[in-house]
Design a protein around this ligand. Structure first.
Ligand code: AMP
Length: 419
């Protein structure tokens, strides 16, 4: 049996890296005051059609949708924000003290063309802030995002920011885009051809070669901002500068989802190939309303964790690997063997990573095993020592061996393991 294309088995050796990223995420969100939310892996298809947008690549081409036994259309979540917004509304989080700051970590599903950095099941860490339209919130989520990369050890990242405008300044942009693309319809892909009248903004992030060529001369979102959006964007930049976060304004930057209003941003890392975007996000002040909730502004981001790991590998950043056992318990003789289970349990209960031999090897074989497993200490349970109420403990690095009273073994080891 083979796994489907575009999904991965994450094996021991690699899971430690994932756990490391997750530890950084949990620690960083704690200090920033974001609380975890876990939403379902599948939702009603309509949520993504309404939330992400009918004309986006995600909804048009990339969703894993299926009917359940009652004929209802369900979809494996292609991104995290729509589900979080649905949960926010359904559980009345708008009645909590605002702003509500949430984060999530988990798998997302898109029927994309698999290649390095692009998978059909991939994982995102995302954060969302609901209930404040203030530019400081935009800046805070960007700071959190950049701190995440810094903490895991990535260097040389490029943060690009833009404003795609609110609904009112967008009207002029949409009209200008329509005008521009109507004259060039021949060069557009079939999806974008449909988008000219329906939703020309979506052409701005089409990945097709022909469309990209036409985009070079197309109207730029940043040139169409109303007064309010312009001052909001200026305030975000001022706040970022005050936080010491460097960025580049890219007036052409748009995001692949319909729900963004105002601030949009993306983080790029050079050197990991075509899939250089390792995270992005922006403001979505109309999304809660679009999904049936009370008017509630929001801003957030999502990080691609596979791409983060790829970038870390590319930059040669060492991440924690498999941890070796701290202690190996070996024994000689039948009476000694009878003491091993209790000693093992006591050490493990004390939080000491402890291993044993499973194949009935003699003492020499067990010591070989301990060496192979790179254990720091070996506890040797021998009959003569037992008669004195002791066990032997050998430091594998130096070969030095001492006798320790069995009753004092845990505290003796803990002291030396620095616990
Ligand atoms: P998006 O939700 O499209 O804004 O994507 C946010 C981040 O998720 C991107 O910057 C990527 O790092 C990551 N990402 C998106 N799609 C994929 C995919 N198919 N495979 C792996 N990572 C992805």
């Amino acid at each position: 049996m083979k796994k489907p294309r575009g999904v991965a088995d994450i094996l021991p050796g690699e899971t430690e890296r994932w756990q490391y990223l997750e530890r950084v995420i949990r620690e960083l969100t704690r200090v920033y005051g974001y609380r975890e939310i876990r939403t379902p892996i599948f939702e009603f298809t309509e949520l993504f059609q309404r939330g992400v947008g009918e004309d986006t690549d995600i909804v048009m081409k990339e969703m894993y949708s299926f009917r359940d036994r009652r004929g209802r259309s369900l979809t494996l979540r292609p991104e995290g924000t729509a589900g979080v917004v649905r949960a926010f509304i359904e559980n009345g989080l708008h009645k909590w003290p605002q702003p509500v700051k949430l984060y999530y970590v988990g798998p997302m599903f898109r029927y994309d063309r698999p290649q390095t950095g692009r998978y059909r099941q991939f994982h995102q860490f995302g954060a969302e802030v609901f209930g404040t339209a203030e530019p400081v919130a935009d800046a805070e989520v960007i700071c959190l995002l950049m701190d995440f990369y810094a903490r895991v050890g990535l260097r040389g990242l490029q943060l690009e920011i833009n404003s795609v405008g609110c609904m009112s300044c967008r009207q002029a942009l949409v009209a200008a885009l329509r005008e521009y693309f109507r004259g060039k319809a021949g060069g557009l892909c079939s999806h974008c051809l449909e988008r000219v009248e329906r939703n020309p903004l979506r052409i701005l992030d089409c990945k097709e070669e022909g469309c990209r060529e036409l985009l070079k001369e197309a109207p730029v979102p940043l040139d169409f901002l109303c007064g309010g959006c312009r001052s909001h964007f200026a305030a975000v930049q001022k706040e970022l500068a005050a936080c010491g976060v460097s960025f580049l304004v890219n007036g052409r930057l748009v995001r692949g989802l319909d729900y963004y209003t105002g601030t949009a941003f993306e983080v790029l890392v050079p050197g990991i190939g075509a899939q250089s975007a390792i995270g992005g996000g922006g403001r979505y002040d109309k999304l809660v309303e679009t999904c049936g909730g009370p008017p509630t502004p929001g801003v957030g981001f999502a990080v691609g964790l596979e791409r983060t790991l790829l970038a870390l590998a590319e930059q040669g950043v060492e991440l924690p690997g498999a941890a070796a056992p701290e202690v190996f318990v070996a024994f000689a003789g039948e009476r000694a063997a009878g003491r091993v289970p209790a000693i093992l349990r006591r050490l493990r209960a004390a939080g000491i990573a402890t291993e044993r031999d499973y194949s009935g090897r003699g003492l020499k074989g067990q010591l070989k095993q301990a060496n192979k497993r790179a254990a720091r200490w070996v506890v040797i349970v021998g009959e003569e020592e037992l008669d004195r109420g002791n066990v032997s403990v050998r430091a594998m690095e130096t070969g030095e061996q001492v006798e320790v009273p069995e009753v004092a073994l845990v505290s003796w080891l803990k002291e030396r393991l620095g616990q």
